[in-house]
Design a binder for this molecule. Structure first.
Ligand SMILES: CC(C)(COP(=O)(O)OP(=O)(O)OC[C@H]1O[C@@H](n2cnc3c(N)ncnc32)[C@H](O)[C@@H]1OP(=O)(O)O)[C@@H](O)C(=O)NCCC(=O)NCCS
Length: 186
């Protein structure tokens, strides 16, 4: 099912970034969003296992860190604990909004520990990732997969200007469908 192919009107990445910083300044005082370091991988794996059924071997996280480290961010709580992450991959693929091959920033995984949700960290992590995918990797689009039942994540992505492109039937191992969502950059 194709939802749309025309280029949507979306908020600019810089606007999203400034807005995210303002939200974090109000709702997440003392928290930091910063580029991930290799020593964060342990915490990232733990958060991934706690928050999502889609888990991966350590080498998968390390490969993304080594290859696309500039778009791998973590959220650090006031005490220094890593409580969220976003990791991405840069791919050449047919564009969702252009027929040509484009450089697309794939949001591979994002999660925030339950007790730290609802204060703008998901928004902040995504804003950092989008800005970096555009500025550091020259991506002209970004896309992701999300469970059709994952309302919090879908709302977050729509707030960031992602639109539903199509449904990928039985995308997940348990049989649930995914929405493919994408937006142009910047
Ligand atoms: C999705 C997730 C990363 C959001 O993180 P978060 O830090 O709680 O998100 P934020 O506080 O930055 O919220 C940003 C926006 O997301 C949406 N959102 C977040 N939580 C929501 C909820 N419980 N219900 C509905 N919308 C929600 C809202 O649009 C919100 O904006 P608003 O506060 O102006 O309403 C977090 O819920 C999570 O880790 N979930 C488990 C892992 C997961 O599902 N990852 C995505 C896989 S595709």
């Amino acid at each position: 099912m194709i939802f749309r192919k025309e280029k949507p009107v979306v908020p600019a990445v810089n606007t999203i970034f400034e807005n995210a910083l303002a939200v974090l300044g109000k709702e997440a005082q003392g928290y930091t969003i910063r580029p991930a370091r290799m020593e964060d991988i342990e915490s990232v794996i733990r958060i991934n296992r706690e928050a999502l059924p889609e888990n991966y071997p350590r080498a998968f996280f390390e490969d993304l860190f080594n290859s696309y480290g500039k778009s791998f961010f973590v959220a650090e709580a006031p005490g220094g604990e890593v409580v969220g992450y976003v990791m991405c991959r840069v791919e050449y693929k047919p564009g969702f909004f252009k027929t040509l091959l484009v450089k697309s920033g794939h949001i591979v995984s994002i999660a925030v520990l339950k007790e730290h949700r609802g204060r703008g960290l998901g928004l902040g992590l995504m804003a950092h990732a989008l800005k970096s995918l555009y500025e550091n990797y020259g991506c002209s689009e970004t896309y992701l997969e999300v469970r059709v039942s994952n309302t919090p994540a879908i709302n977050l992505y729509e707030k960031l200007g992602y639109v539903k492109i199509r449904v990928e039937k039985q995308y997940y191992l348990d049989g649930e469908d995914a929405y493919i969502m994408a937006r142009p950059l910047p």
